[in-house]
Write a protein that binds this ligand. Structure first.
Ligand code: DC
Length: 235
């Protein structure tokens, strides 16, 4: 019998479905590493904005692909905030990657296969020792198709837009609800219809609609699923 065998938990879903909140809580409770892959796509987007490779009207794929080797992404744990922050070429970009400007362009950058290839390789390395909760759009389908627990989170676009709107207002961003709803719907469309690794429920994933579920109930359900899968992995 194996003991203390850790597992991989893959959480996918549309934007603002509360994936990261659940993933973070789960990782903390299990003592696992949490990886927010959306932050990695956001950091590449920030890089592309800074270099002028992407705007709402254009995307210079060629230049972006040629510059991929100049992008160094790292997560560093912040002891005070109990959270891993995203560093782009040595600089903490946690705040800059969460702005509406980046949110508006990130789906476009995520359609570029060479970007996905680079990030997926990095993500797979992080899972070599298991003990990981990773959230994103293609974790159960592409990054870890053999993950012991796969979840697919959903919620209505309106509920998600309200959540996101409140988050951005709390951060002092000057945004309107309509603008956010539009961004959520546009990202859903691009994320689920792109040619490379579109967002879809992975084989064997458990679908979880949390439109009308509180955080506590969600967490308890997911935590119990994880405990069951850990037990199975140790049998
Ligand atoms: O989870 P998020 O909203 O921070 O993700 C930002 C964008 O990154 C999302 O619109 C799609 C993309 N993404 C992706 O294509 N694949 C992932 N594994 C994670 C995010």
């Amino acid at each position: 019998m194996k003991t203390n065998q850790q597992i991989i938990i893959a959480i996918d879903g549309f934007s603002s479905t509360g994936k990261s909140t659940i993933a973070k809580q789960l990782a903390k409770k299990l003592g696992y590493l949490y990886v927010d892959t959306g932050a990695m796509y956001r950091a590449v987007t920030l890089f592309a904005i800074q270099r002028g490779f992407v705007t709402e009207k254009l995307l210079d794929k060629k230049k972006l692909i040629e510059s991929l080797d100049e992008i160094d992404l790292k997560f560093k744990y912040n002891d005070r905030l109990h959270f891993s922050e995203m560093y782009l070429n040595g600089k903490n970009v946690e705040k800059e990657i969460r702005t509406l400007e980046v949110s508006k362009l990130v789906s476009k950058i995520s359609t570029v296969s060479a970007v996905r290839k680079k990030l997926v390789e990095q993500q797979q390395k992080m899972g070599l020792r298991k003990g990981l909760v990773m959230d994103g759009r293609d974790i159960g389908t592409v990054v870890f198709p053999n993950a012991e627990l796969k979840l697919f989170m959903t919620a209505s676009p309106k509920k998600r837009a309200v959540r996101r709107y409140k988050e951005l207002l709390d951060k002092g961003e000057d945004v309107t609800y309509e603008e956010i709803l539009q961004n959520v719907q546009q990202r859903d469309l691009i994320d689920s219809t792109r040619a490379d690794s579109p967002l879809k429920k992975a084989d064997g994933a458990i679908e979880f609609d949390n439109s009308d579920m509180g955080l506590k109930e969600q967490f308890e359900r997911v935590y119990n699923m994880a405990l069951r899968r850990i037990k199975e992995a140790n049998e």
